[in-house]
Design a binder for this molecule. Structure first.
Ligand SMILES: CC(C)(COP(=O)(O)OP(=O)(O)OC[C@H]1O[C@@H](n2cnc3c(N)ncnc32)[C@H](O)[C@@H]1OP(=O)(O)O)[C@@H](O)C(=O)NCCC(=O)NCCS
Length: 169
């Protein structure tokens, strides 16, 4: 594997994260949700104010992945408030970096962090139409717990599966 680093985001990384999200989301989600919804979600999630949360809070984290020094993806995770439960919030790679084991590397990092913080369960939500990612999560030991529709405002919903993995097995 080439030189791969995973490091906590800093303020200086915020434009990079927003740029990665823009590129990955527009190519990946175009077949699943409308461009209007993608615009809405990108505008809401990747502002400096929202990203600052990862620097200030002691309950959520975001990591930037670089390959040979060049940004390639990111992941984030947060305690859910349910004792012993961590949520994988985001796991994203540029298309040219997918399918090479880097998603697994980030997933392993999140699992290690969750275990280190005493969590027994890792949970996530994934769009029902996101078949490749669902397959990746199944491969990693997640199972579907339930279907869930989340109202995210402006008339948009997220039609998701909730998947979970026991970290104690
Ligand atoms: C989801 C994502 C992060 C996964 O990362 P990745 O680097 O592509 O996946 P990996 O190469 O690490 O594959 C992990 C494992 O899943 C397997 N896998 C990958 N795609 C698969 C598929 N379509 N079907 C079955 N298995 C698959 C791999 O063979 C590998 O198996 P292994 O454990 O035996 O080695 C990445 O593809 C991505 O960014 N996708 C677009 C954004 C997205 O949907 N993110 C998730 C939002 S919930």
């Amino acid at each position: 594997m080439p030189d791969v680093t995973l490091s906590p985001v800093t303020t200086a990384d915020f434009p990079t994260i927003a740029r990665l999200a823009d590129s990955i989301w527009r190519s990946h989600y175009a077949s699943m949700i409308s461009m209007a919804q993608i615009d809405y979600m990108l505008a809401g999630r990747y502002t400096p104010e929202k990203l600052h949360r990862y620097l200030e809070s002691t309950e959520c984290w975001m990591q930037l992945l670089k390959v040979s020094g060049v940004p390639a993806g990111y992941c984030s995770y947060a305690l859910t408030g349910i004792p012993g439960e961590m949520k994988l919030q985001e796991l994203y790679l540029l298309p040219e970096h997918q399918g090479k084991g880097l998603g697994k590397l980030m997933l392993r990092h999140v699992e290690t962090e969750a275990r280190g913080r005493g969590c027994a369960v890792l949970t996530l939500t994934v769009n029902k139409g996101n078949a490749n990612s669902i397959a990746v999560y199944r491969k990693a030991g997640f199972t579907i717990r339930e279907k869930a529709v989340f109202d995210i405002g402006n008339g948009f919903v997220m039609d998701d599966f909730v998947m979970t993995k026991s970290l104690t097995a």
